[in-house]
Design a protein around this ligand. Structure first.
Ligand code: ZN
Length: 323
Protein backbone atom coordinates (compact mmCIF):
# COMPACT_ATOMS: atom_id res chain seq x y z
CA UNK A 1 0.00 0.00 0.00
CA UNK A 2 2.79 2.45 0.97
CA UNK A 3 4.67 1.53 -2.19
CA UNK A 4 1.69 2.37 -4.38
CA UNK A 5 1.31 5.71 -2.62
CA UNK A 6 4.97 6.45 -3.28
CA UNK A 7 4.64 5.68 -7.00
CA UNK A 8 1.56 7.83 -7.24
CA UNK A 9 3.39 10.67 -5.51
CA UNK A 10 6.35 10.35 -7.88
CA UNK A 11 4.04 10.39 -10.89
CA UNK A 12 2.39 13.52 -9.60
CA UNK A 13 5.74 15.20 -9.12
CA UNK A 14 6.80 14.25 -12.63
CA UNK A 15 3.58 15.63 -14.01
CA UNK A 16 4.07 18.88 -12.17
CA UNK A 17 7.62 19.16 -13.45
CA UNK A 18 6.52 18.42 -17.01
CA UNK A 19 3.72 20.95 -16.64
CA UNK A 20 6.11 23.58 -15.40
CA UNK A 21 8.50 22.86 -18.26
CA UNK A 22 5.69 23.10 -20.82
CA UNK A 23 4.53 26.31 -19.23
CA UNK A 24 8.04 27.79 -19.33
CA UNK A 25 8.50 26.72 -22.96
CA UNK A 26 5.16 28.16 -24.06
CA UNK A 27 5.63 31.32 -22.09
CA UNK A 28 9.17 31.68 -23.39
CA UNK A 29 8.06 31.14 -26.96
CA UNK A 30 5.22 33.63 -26.63
CA UNK A 31 7.54 36.14 -25.05
CA UNK A 32 10.14 35.58 -27.75
CA UNK A 33 7.59 35.89 -30.55
CA UNK A 34 6.27 39.04 -28.97
CA UNK A 35 9.73 40.50 -28.66
CA UNK A 36 10.42 39.57 -32.26
CA UNK A 37 7.13 41.16 -33.40
CA UNK A 38 7.99 44.28 -31.48
CA UNK A 39 11.42 44.35 -33.05
CA UNK A 40 9.87 43.94 -36.50
CA UNK A 41 7.29 46.66 -35.87
CA UNK A 42 10.00 49.07 -34.90
CA UNK A 43 11.43 48.63 -38.36
CA UNK A 44 8.17 49.78 -40.01
CA UNK A 45 7.52 53.26 -41.31
CA UNK A 46 4.31 53.35 -39.30
CA UNK A 47 6.36 53.10 -36.09
CA UNK A 48 8.95 55.55 -37.35
CA UNK A 49 6.28 58.09 -38.23
CA UNK A 50 4.74 57.73 -34.76
CA UNK A 51 8.19 58.16 -33.24
CA UNK A 52 8.50 61.28 -35.37
CA UNK A 53 5.46 62.70 -33.58
CA UNK A 54 2.53 61.78 -35.77
CA UNK A 55 -0.61 60.10 -34.42
CA UNK A 56 -1.32 56.55 -35.56
CA UNK A 57 -4.14 57.55 -37.91
CA UNK A 58 -2.03 60.31 -39.42
CA UNK A 59 0.87 57.89 -39.86
CA UNK A 60 -1.45 55.48 -41.64
CA UNK A 61 -2.61 58.25 -43.96
CA UNK A 62 0.96 59.21 -44.74
CA UNK A 63 1.54 55.64 -45.86
CA UNK A 64 -1.41 55.91 -48.22
CA UNK A 65 -0.08 59.02 -49.95
CA UNK A 66 3.67 58.39 -49.75
CA UNK A 67 4.14 55.00 -51.30
CA UNK A 68 7.84 54.89 -52.15
CA UNK A 69 10.46 54.34 -49.44
CA UNK A 70 12.29 57.40 -50.68
CA UNK A 71 9.18 59.51 -50.12
CA UNK A 72 8.65 58.35 -46.53
CA UNK A 73 12.32 58.82 -45.78
CA UNK A 74 11.88 62.37 -47.03
CA UNK A 75 8.93 62.92 -44.66
CA UNK A 76 11.02 61.56 -41.78
CA UNK A 77 13.88 63.89 -42.68
CA UNK A 78 11.61 66.95 -42.43
CA UNK A 79 10.40 68.42 -39.13
CA UNK A 80 7.01 67.06 -38.06
CA UNK A 81 4.43 68.97 -40.12
CA UNK A 82 0.94 67.74 -40.98
CA UNK A 83 0.85 70.25 -43.80
CA UNK A 84 2.99 67.77 -45.74
CA UNK A 85 0.15 65.26 -45.66
CA UNK A 86 -2.41 67.88 -46.65
CA UNK A 87 -0.26 68.96 -49.58
CA UNK A 88 -0.01 65.37 -50.75
CA UNK A 89 -3.78 65.11 -50.72
CA UNK A 90 -4.07 67.91 -53.28
CA UNK A 91 -5.04 66.61 -56.70
CA UNK A 92 -2.11 68.08 -58.60
CA UNK A 93 0.52 67.51 -55.90
CA UNK A 94 3.92 66.57 -57.32
CA UNK A 95 6.35 64.85 -54.95
CA UNK A 96 9.43 66.48 -56.49
CA UNK A 97 8.04 69.92 -55.62
CA UNK A 98 7.52 69.21 -51.91
CA UNK A 99 10.40 71.38 -50.65
CA UNK A 100 9.25 74.25 -52.83
CA UNK A 101 5.63 73.95 -51.65
CA UNK A 102 6.81 74.16 -48.05
CA UNK A 103 9.14 77.08 -48.72
CA UNK A 104 6.43 78.95 -50.59
CA UNK A 105 3.85 78.25 -47.90
CA UNK A 106 6.23 79.54 -45.25
CA UNK A 107 6.22 82.92 -46.99
CA UNK A 108 2.54 82.83 -47.98
CA UNK A 109 0.68 81.43 -45.00
CA UNK A 110 -2.64 82.97 -46.06
CA UNK A 111 -2.75 81.05 -49.34
CA UNK A 112 -4.78 77.90 -49.81
CA UNK A 113 -2.83 74.70 -50.35
CA UNK A 114 -4.56 74.18 -53.69
CA UNK A 115 -3.14 77.50 -54.90
CA UNK A 116 0.29 76.82 -53.45
CA UNK A 117 0.47 73.55 -55.39
CA UNK A 118 -0.67 75.24 -58.61
CA UNK A 119 1.67 78.22 -58.23
CA UNK A 120 4.74 76.12 -57.53
CA UNK A 121 3.87 73.58 -60.23
CA UNK A 122 3.90 76.32 -62.85
CA UNK A 123 7.15 77.74 -61.43
CA UNK A 124 5.67 81.00 -60.21
CA UNK A 125 7.77 80.72 -57.08
CA UNK A 126 10.59 81.82 -59.43
CA UNK A 127 10.84 85.22 -61.10
CA UNK A 128 9.89 85.46 -64.76
CA UNK A 129 12.81 85.11 -67.13
CA UNK A 130 15.11 84.08 -64.28
CA UNK A 131 14.47 80.35 -64.37
CA UNK A 132 14.92 79.26 -67.96
CA UNK A 133 14.01 75.75 -69.04
CA UNK A 134 14.60 74.63 -72.61
CA UNK A 135 11.29 73.75 -74.22
CA UNK A 136 11.12 70.05 -74.97
CA UNK A 137 10.06 70.31 -78.59
CA UNK A 138 9.84 66.51 -78.88
CA UNK A 139 6.48 66.91 -77.11
CA UNK A 140 5.10 68.20 -80.42
CA UNK A 141 1.58 69.59 -80.00
CA UNK A 142 1.98 69.45 -76.23
CA UNK A 143 5.16 71.51 -75.96
CA UNK A 144 5.26 74.32 -73.42
CA UNK A 145 6.28 77.91 -74.02
CA UNK A 146 5.81 80.51 -71.30
CA UNK A 147 7.96 82.88 -69.25
CA UNK A 148 10.04 79.91 -68.03
CA UNK A 149 9.99 77.51 -70.97
CA UNK A 150 11.97 78.95 -73.84
CA UNK A 151 12.35 78.06 -77.50
CA UNK A 152 15.73 78.35 -79.20
CA UNK A 153 16.13 81.28 -81.57
CA UNK A 154 16.47 78.85 -84.46
CA UNK A 155 13.39 76.78 -83.61
CA UNK A 156 10.92 76.57 -86.45
CA UNK A 157 7.90 74.29 -86.42
CA UNK A 158 7.94 71.58 -89.04
CA UNK A 159 5.08 71.43 -91.49
CA UNK A 160 3.93 75.04 -91.39
CA UNK A 161 1.10 75.81 -93.79
CA UNK A 162 -0.57 79.08 -94.73
CA UNK A 163 -4.14 79.32 -93.48
CA UNK A 164 -6.57 79.68 -96.39
CA UNK A 165 -7.74 83.29 -96.87
CA UNK A 166 -11.31 82.21 -96.22
CA UNK A 167 -10.36 81.63 -92.58
CA UNK A 168 -7.61 84.15 -91.87
CA UNK A 169 -5.97 87.37 -92.98
CA UNK A 170 -3.09 87.04 -95.40
CA UNK A 171 0.17 85.34 -94.49
CA UNK A 172 -0.97 83.51 -91.40
CA UNK A 173 0.80 80.24 -90.82
CA UNK A 174 0.30 77.41 -88.34
CA UNK A 175 1.25 73.73 -88.33
CA UNK A 176 -0.60 71.53 -90.75
CA UNK A 177 -2.37 69.60 -88.00
CA UNK A 178 -3.44 72.78 -86.20
CA UNK A 179 -4.67 74.17 -89.50
CA UNK A 180 -6.82 71.10 -90.23
CA UNK A 181 -8.33 71.37 -86.76
CA UNK A 182 -8.91 75.09 -87.12
CA UNK A 183 -10.68 74.66 -90.47
CA UNK A 184 -13.02 72.05 -88.93
CA UNK A 185 -13.67 74.37 -86.02
CA UNK A 186 -14.27 77.31 -88.36
CA UNK A 187 -17.01 75.39 -90.21
CA UNK A 188 -18.66 74.28 -86.97
CA UNK A 189 -18.70 77.89 -85.76
CA UNK A 190 -20.16 78.97 -89.11
CA UNK A 191 -23.06 76.60 -88.47
CA UNK A 192 -23.73 78.71 -85.37
CA UNK A 193 -23.55 81.92 -87.45
CA UNK A 194 -20.10 82.79 -86.19
CA UNK A 195 -17.44 83.68 -88.72
CA UNK A 196 -14.03 83.28 -87.16
CA UNK A 197 -10.95 85.02 -88.50
CA UNK A 198 -7.31 84.58 -87.53
CA UNK A 199 -5.33 87.80 -87.46
CA UNK A 200 -2.06 86.54 -86.03
CA UNK A 201 -0.43 83.15 -85.76
CA UNK A 202 3.13 81.92 -86.33
CA UNK A 203 5.83 84.46 -85.62
CA UNK A 204 9.47 83.53 -85.85
CA UNK A 205 12.05 84.54 -83.27
CA UNK A 206 13.16 87.55 -85.25
CA UNK A 207 9.59 88.87 -85.65
CA UNK A 208 9.04 88.52 -81.92
CA UNK A 209 12.32 90.25 -81.19
CA UNK A 210 11.24 93.18 -83.38
CA UNK A 211 7.84 93.40 -81.67
CA UNK A 212 9.36 93.27 -78.19
CA UNK A 213 12.23 95.65 -78.96
CA UNK A 214 10.04 98.38 -80.39
CA UNK A 215 7.71 98.12 -77.37
CA UNK A 216 10.65 98.22 -75.00
CA UNK A 217 12.02 101.31 -76.72
CA UNK A 218 8.74 103.17 -76.63
CA UNK A 219 7.37 102.05 -73.24
CA UNK A 220 10.28 100.65 -71.30
CA UNK A 221 10.96 97.05 -70.21
CA UNK A 222 8.26 96.86 -67.52
CA UNK A 223 5.45 97.90 -69.81
CA UNK A 224 6.78 95.88 -72.74
CA UNK A 225 6.84 92.76 -70.54
CA UNK A 226 3.20 93.29 -69.64
CA UNK A 227 1.94 93.17 -73.21
CA UNK A 228 4.46 91.12 -75.16
CA UNK A 229 6.57 88.06 -74.68
CA UNK A 230 10.32 88.31 -74.98
CA UNK A 231 11.75 86.54 -78.04
CA UNK A 232 11.94 82.79 -77.46
CA UNK A 233 9.19 82.93 -74.84
CA UNK A 234 6.30 83.53 -77.23
CA UNK A 235 3.89 80.72 -77.94
CA UNK A 236 3.42 82.17 -81.41
CA UNK A 237 6.87 80.83 -82.32
CA UNK A 238 5.54 77.30 -81.82
CA UNK A 239 3.17 77.50 -84.80
CA UNK A 240 0.45 76.18 -82.49
CA UNK A 241 -1.12 79.46 -81.39
CA UNK A 242 -3.68 81.65 -83.11
CA UNK A 243 -5.15 85.02 -82.28
CA UNK A 244 -8.68 84.51 -83.47
CA UNK A 245 -11.58 86.97 -83.63
CA UNK A 246 -15.02 87.18 -85.18
CA UNK A 247 -15.35 89.03 -88.43
CA UNK A 248 -17.70 91.55 -86.77
CA UNK A 249 -15.81 91.78 -83.51
CA UNK A 250 -12.07 92.18 -83.71
CA UNK A 251 -11.31 94.32 -80.70
CA UNK A 252 -9.21 92.90 -77.91
CA UNK A 253 -11.19 95.04 -75.48
CA UNK A 254 -14.59 93.57 -76.29
CA UNK A 255 -13.97 90.13 -77.78
CA UNK A 256 -14.49 88.46 -74.39
CA UNK A 257 -18.13 89.67 -74.44
CA UNK A 258 -18.88 88.35 -77.93
CA UNK A 259 -20.95 85.28 -78.86
CA UNK A 260 -17.87 84.05 -80.74
CA UNK A 261 -15.85 83.90 -77.53
CA UNK A 262 -18.70 82.15 -75.71
CA UNK A 263 -18.86 79.63 -78.55
CA UNK A 264 -15.10 79.02 -78.46
CA UNK A 265 -15.17 78.54 -74.69
CA UNK A 266 -17.79 75.86 -75.06
CA UNK A 267 -16.59 74.16 -78.23
CA UNK A 268 -12.94 74.80 -79.09
CA UNK A 269 -11.68 71.84 -77.07
CA UNK A 270 -13.66 69.51 -79.34
CA UNK A 271 -11.21 70.53 -82.07
CA UNK A 272 -8.10 70.40 -79.87
CA UNK A 273 -7.86 74.10 -78.99
CA UNK A 274 -7.69 75.61 -75.52
CA UNK A 275 -7.95 79.12 -74.14
CA UNK A 276 -4.38 79.83 -73.17
CA UNK A 277 -4.69 82.91 -70.92
CA UNK A 278 -8.07 82.80 -69.19
CA UNK A 279 -9.58 85.48 -66.99
CA UNK A 280 -8.27 85.61 -63.41
CA UNK A 281 -5.43 83.18 -64.08
CA UNK A 282 -2.66 85.69 -64.56
CA UNK A 283 -1.10 84.47 -61.31
CA UNK A 284 -0.49 81.16 -63.07
CA UNK A 285 -0.04 82.00 -66.76
CA UNK A 286 1.88 85.24 -66.35
CA UNK A 287 -0.45 86.98 -68.79
CA UNK A 288 -3.58 88.97 -68.26
CA UNK A 289 -6.64 87.52 -69.98
CA UNK A 290 -6.36 87.20 -73.77
CA UNK A 291 -9.73 85.92 -74.89
CA UNK A 292 -8.53 85.80 -78.52
CA UNK A 293 -5.39 83.71 -78.00
CA UNK A 294 -6.09 80.00 -78.55
CA UNK A 295 -3.58 77.19 -78.55
CA UNK A 296 -3.71 73.88 -80.35
CA UNK A 297 -2.78 70.95 -78.08
CA UNK A 298 -4.72 68.10 -79.68
CA UNK A 299 -8.00 66.49 -78.65
CA UNK A 300 -6.92 64.51 -75.61
CA UNK A 301 -5.13 67.29 -73.76
CA UNK A 302 -7.72 69.89 -74.75
CA UNK A 303 -10.49 67.80 -73.20
CA UNK A 304 -8.64 67.45 -69.91
CA UNK A 305 -7.80 71.16 -69.74
CA UNK A 306 -11.42 72.03 -70.50
CA UNK A 307 -13.04 69.48 -68.18
CA UNK A 308 -10.72 70.05 -65.23
CA UNK A 309 -10.79 73.83 -65.70
CA UNK A 310 -7.05 74.20 -65.40
CA UNK A 311 -4.58 76.35 -67.31
CA UNK A 312 -2.30 74.71 -69.81
CA UNK A 313 0.65 75.55 -67.57
CA UNK A 314 -0.91 73.45 -64.80
CA UNK A 315 -1.74 70.67 -67.22
CA UNK A 316 1.79 70.56 -68.57
CA UNK A 317 3.38 70.53 -65.11
CA UNK A 318 1.25 67.67 -63.85
CA UNK A 319 0.53 65.51 -66.87
CA UNK A 320 3.58 66.03 -69.07
CA UNK A 321 6.64 67.22 -67.14
CA UNK A 322 5.73 64.97 -64.17
CA UNK A 323 5.29 61.73 -66.09
ZN1 ZN B 1 -1.53 85.59 -79.20
Amino acid sequence: MAKRMKIKKQAMQSLIIIGVIIFIVIFGLAFGINKYKEYKYKQTYEYKLIEHGYDLDVAKEFLKYFKEDEEIEKVLSLPRNELILNLAKEKYYIYNNLDRYLAYQEKNKDKELKDIVAIVNVNRDYEFYEHDIDTDTSEGNLLMVNKYYKLNSDFEPSSLVTINSQYAYADNQITEEANDAYVSMWHAAKEADIQLIVNSSYRNYQDQEDVYKSLKQSKGEREADKVAARPGYSEHQSGLAIDVFEIHNQLTGTFQDSPAYAWLKENAYKYGFIERYPQDKEYLTGYSAESWHWRYVGLEAAKVVHDEEITYDEYYAYYIANK
